[in-house]
Design a protein around this ligand. Sequence first.
Ligand SMILES: NC(=O)c1ccc[n+]([C@@H]2O[C@H](COP(=O)([O-])OP(=O)(O)OC[C@H]3O[C@@H](n4cnc5c(N)ncnc54)[C@H](O)[C@@H]3O)[C@@H](O)[C@H]2O)c1
Length: 315
Amino acid sequence: MDKKFRVLVTGGCGFIGSHIAEKMADAGYDVVIFDDLSSGTMENITHLSGRVKFFRGDVRNKKELRGALSGAGVVFHEAAFVSVPESEKDPSRCFDINLGGTISLLEEAERAGVEKVIFASSCAVYGNNEDLPLTENAGVSPGSPYAVSKSVAEQLMKEYCVRRPISITALRYFNVYGPRQNPESKYAAVVSKFIQDGGKKRKLSVEGDGSQTRDFIFVGDVAEANMRAAQASLKGFHAINVCSGKEASVMDLAKNMSLLIGNVSIEQAPPRANDIARSWGSGEKALDLLGFSPKTSLIEGLKITVESYLERKLR
Ligand SMILES: NC(=O)c1ccc[n+]([C@@H]2O[C@H](COP(=O)([O-])OP(=O)(O)OC[C@H]3O[C@@H](n4cnc5c(N)ncnc54)[C@H](O)[C@@H]3O)[C@@H](O)[C@H]2O)c1
């Protein structure tokens, strides 16, 4: 990708989007952020002040998108309805934002002459699939409106590329954690929930016996995968896992967090209904096509995350 191109980050005031914006600004790209601030905050990008442009708008609104897309060569599409449990309660809003918003973005991106869109997809598209480690060829079996929206958005994008001069890479993120993940949310991901509870000296609550495993990937590595996807010369549509390639149990995660935070104990809560027993991904395709492999170990990443949470709290 030529550095004279502008890059647009939808959802750039959110957790992952703000790290992508920072990474691209650090690499010398002209960065524009587009966000409606529904779950993201300006605080997440205050450290980028003067280095990125900000447009407040909704991805479903083509007119608002048009202004922000002017001159953009690459779009990172992170803006989304992100909560799985909320998507069960309000599927129409989830589809409106994740499908309606994505279609509006594609149409306006094409009109603006954008060459490539990097889409924030999810390992949720695989559902409860025991074909481990999950490769991109594993069958999709989305188990929630949120997961359906990501899977259908991928299919739309694949079809969209066929007769158009636009390339799209869908990055299927596994469980992303790191600084700026919102621990206040009722649906906070497990790492930020543990930090929030541990920081307040509450017990870390592990559902069931904690033997369930997930693939945790540090947000800095996710930003690196995005930059590589933008710079790669891939044409057409590709779906690529962004994962650590390792499984970690929720109990091990809780034990590590308890050591890092200090002085917090672990309690067992009732198991979650239909919880997936084991899940982790294969990062081979990301290595082949993007030369990407994550650099941050779980312990290193957790340490950075805990430190950043404690620093922010002291401000
Ligand atoms: N966090 C994870 O572990 C994970 C895993 C898989 C996929 N993803 C995907 O990665 C992307 C980023 O997730 P995140 O964890 O950073 O969430 P986040 O909530 O921190 O970020 C989403 C951002 O999108 C903005 N947004 C929401 N709706 C919008 C709209 N209609 N118009 C404009 N902006 C809007 C929000 O204000 C927020 O800044 C999402 O697409 C999510 O589905 C995240």
